[in-house]
Design a protein around this ligand. Structure first.
Ligand code: C2O
Ligand code: CU
Length: 473
């Protein structure tokens, strides 16, 4: 009580002293009631090239930024104007199972021309996102996603709060999308369908990708990786971002170090004190792959600095109400992720049959397994049933030559260790990025009842077998 009050007063007085600061829920946007999934056109590449047919929510990629306050209830009608059934999954939100948006498992898919109403409370503040879970290897790749921001009731002060939805596209020379969502066996068996055109908030970035800054301001930058397969490692020249949240949840503020790594599905909130001089420019680049890629350019406006020294105010976000896993009494479970090129997988089980890898790939578009079993559909016997309220450690072994962002619906977990070494920040997450051959231990309390997907967020790995369901009852 006292702490809350003191923090409130500190924030309130910081606002009074510095009129430029936005405090509280100043960023709240008008509530969007309807998400209409449909076909639209968007200029993804420079203006001298044609525009591109995209699938989008409310006519734009990314879809509308949904924003609410922690503890509020979100109510959104999905209207399906696509040529396929669809759903909306609210990635990272700890919601009731019936609202999770997994076709067949938690709801019937919404047919073209039909509506579905999602309504749920928002227990945690942070940066989340939404996307279909039906044919996501196509629907997400075509542009169906948007950010969902849940504002803290009592946030530390920032001058500005911005969101970058990072994504990529595989385009032909005439800017039409390459229609190989299911057919590309190389993507299936390697790193997934990585595009050839990177966008930030639906715009091609090296050209016109300028992000204006005011000298002296403190920016909260929310990053969402909505790409189907691309991993980002963002490096901010001339700046020293502090990581303040991962996958929505607060983490002890720490320097981004060798860059901010985001596998598909993952988010990071950064605090950036913009201490460049008016007129200066700095490149933000992705350095995950051997070929460095400019993602954005910070451009300081010719304007008097807002302040000369970085803002002297705390960065730590108030914690979310998550149950703390007790490792000593946790049950342990081992999961082996296998398959893919250079993985040595010879055979696997699919729908009760044991099949050789050649047949799986050629006939079934399957190349990946969890504990020896590949799954194609969202409904199957749960891989594991956990008692509600019980504590668990999952040891996730990546027995492949590829990265896998492993996502669990309905809960958040702590990252405990990597290859047996304690994780320095023990961050909360909903997606754990496993490097090739890496082992990551995570821990959580199974406190949200329902059938929850457990899958790789490289979408062609997911549709290629690397998924399962976990039941909490
Ligand atoms: Cu972001 Cu199962 O998904
Ligand atoms: Cu994967």
């Amino acid at each position: 009580m006292t702490i809350t009050r003191r923090r409130f007063i500190a924030a309130a007085s910081a606002c009074a002293a510095l009129p430029a600061l936005r405090c509280g829920a100043a960023g709240a946007a008008p509530q969007v009631q309807v998400l209409r999934a449909g076909v639209s056109r968007q200029q993804l590449v420079p203006a001298q090239f044609p525009d591109t047919e995209v699938w989008s929510f409310n006519g734009a990629v990314p879809g509308p930024l949904l924003r609410a306050r922690q503890g509020d209830t979100l109510r959104v009608t999905l209207r399906n104007a696509l040529p396929q059934p669809t759903t909306v999954h609210w990635h990272g939100i700890r919601l009731p199972n019936a609202m999770d948006g997994v076709p067949h498992l938690t709801q019937p898919p919404v047919a073209p021309g039909q509506d579905f109403v999602y309504e749920f409370a928002l227990p945690d503040a942070g940066t989340y996102w939404y996307h279909p879970h039906e044919r996501s290897q196509e629907q997400v790749a075509r542009g169906l996603y948007g950010a969902l921001i849940v504002d803290e009731r009592d946030p530390p002060p920032f001058d500005r709060d911005e969101t970058w939805v990072l994504s990529d596209w595989r385009l032909n020379r005439d800017a039409t999308p390459v229609d190989d969502y299911d057919s590309n066996l190389f993507d299936l068996t390697h790193a997934g369908r990585i595009g050839n055109t990177v966008t930030v908030n639906g715009r091609f970035t090296p050209v016109g990708g300028e992000f204006p800054l005011r000298a002296g301001e403190r920016l909260r930058l929310r990053l969402v990786n909505a790409a189907s397969a691309r991993i980002f490692r963002l490096k901010f020249d001339g700046h020293a971002p502090q990581v303040i949240a991962l996958d929505g949840h607060p983490v002890a503020p720490h320097p981004a170090g060798e860059g901010v790594v985001l596998g598909p599905g993952m988010r990071a909130d950064l605090a950036i004190d913009c201490m460049g001089r008016p007129g200066e420019r700095f490149v933000v680049s992705d350095v995950f792959y051997p070929r460095e890629l400019q993602v954005m350019e910070f451009v300081y406006r010719d304007e008097a600095p807002l302040r000369r020294e970085p803002l002297d105010a705390p960065l730590a976000l108030p914690p979310n109400p998550l149950a703390e896993p007790e490792i000593a009494r946790a049950q342990r479970h081992e999961f082996v992720f296998a398959g893919g090129a250079m993985g040595g997988l010879r055979e696997a089980e699919l729908q009760g049959e044991r099949l050789g890898i050649r047949e799986l790939v050629r006939e079934h578009r399957i190349a990946w397994t969890i504990n020896g079993v590949a799954r194609k559909h969202h409904v199957h016997e749960p891989l594991l049933t956990l008692k509600r309220g019980s504590h668990h450690v999952f040891a996730l072994h990546n027995d492949t030559a590829w990265h896998h962002p492993i996502h669990i619906h309905g809960i958040a977990f702590r990252i405990i260790s990597r290859n047996g070494r304690p994780a320095p920040h023990r961050e909360w997450a909903d997606t754990a990025l496993l490097a090739p051959r890496e082992r990551v231990d995570i821990a959580f309390v199974a406190d949200n009842p329902g059938d929850w997907m457990f899958h790789c967020h490289v979408l062609s790995h997911q549709s290629g077998g690397m998924m399962a369901a976990i039941r909490i009852q």
